[in-house]
Write a protein that binds this ligand. Structure first.
Ligand code: C5P
Length: 275
């Protein structure tokens, strides 16, 4: 059984301070991309996982044949897809061991929720294989326990996320959106980027990003109107300064946004990918 889950970009990411549980209260807008990971679940004598890179004929730049580097993906229970399958089996009592074969199209540790996509696809594939009957709501609840971005990877399309990012409301869009992604040769750890965000906030060194509700209204209006220039102007990410402070973004989001023909540019999520 094979399921596909999308990469995401964050069109808006507004973060509050660290909460008592260690997470940050977010107001974000996710958009799912056609760029995706496939996860195939096959009944097997024991639980296992393997990973390979999807061929990327269009990917230019560094790396042999533009292949993604998947060496950072864990092949034990640190793998979020395997954790997802084990969780579903435990919660429903329905599962028996599977081998998960992950075909990655989404950059690893790139701020595009690749690990979350694998978890979402594993949930959907195993759910179909085992006929658990959990439905979208049941799967979303399990997804939220696996990671803040996993519920969005289950739902896809375009949505406002609040809480840790796990509470979702769909957003109306009236166009097909095309993105240019500038991939970095390195990844960034999400906890490290949030820690840097806290440090910059404590030092008063974060650039002012404006009122979150107004930023959301601008993004929603651009999506509704199908206006890429307006959306480009409305892109913003509170984590951008932290991501750029830990590792300079590939093209530099501000420079990329001023490139001829560009409507705007932003670091996606915790970076370093620039959309
Ligand atoms: O939810 P997930 O496991 O993907 O989060 C990874 C880490 O990112 C968390 O442990 C936390 O350090 C950070 N995070 C956060 N606030 C969020 C989401 C993630 O601080 N809303």
């Amino acid at each position: 059984m094979t399921a596909r889950a999308p990469a995401k970009v964050n069109l808006l990411l507004s973060s509050g301070p660290r909460r008592d549980d260690g997470y940050h209260e977010l107001l974000t807008v996710f958009q799912a991309l056609s760029l995706a990971d496939d996860v195939t679940a096959t009944p097997a004598p024991e639980w296992g996982v393997s990973v390979r890179a999807a061929a990327h004929p269009a990917a230019g730049g560094a790396g042999a044949a533009g292949e993604l580097d998947v060496s950072g993906v864990p092949l034990d229970e640190g793998n979020l897809a395997l954790r997802a399958a084990l969780l579903l089996a435990r919660e429903t009592g329905a599962g028996s061991p599977v081998h998960l074969s992950i075909r990655k199209g989404i950059p690893v540790a790139g701020g595009m929720a690749g690990g979350s996509a694998d978890a979402a696809a594993a949930l959907v594939a195993c759910d179909a294989l085992w006929h658990t009957g959990l439905g979208l709501d049941g799967l979303s609840e399990l997804a939220a326990g696996l990671g803040s971005d996993v519920p969005f990877a289950v739902h896809g399309r375009t949505a406002v996320g609040t809480g840790r990012g796990e509470r979702l409301v769909p957003v109306l869009t009236t166009s097909t959106w095309a993105w240019v992604l500038v991939l970095a040769g390195h990844g960034l750890s999400t906890p490290a980027v949030f820690a840097e965000f806290d440090a910059l906030a404590a030092a008063g060194a974060l650039p002012p990003e404006g009122d979150p509700a107004e930023r959301l209204r601008a993004v929603e209006a651009a999506l509704r109107a199908g206006d890429p220039q307006a959306l480009g102007a409305a892109l913003s990410n509170d984590l951008q300064a932290a991501a750029c402070s830990l590792a300079p973004a590939p093209a530099g989001p501000r420079a990329a946004g001023r490139a001829p023909g560009a409507a705007g540019a932003v670091v996606s999520g915790s970076g370093p990918t620039v959309a």
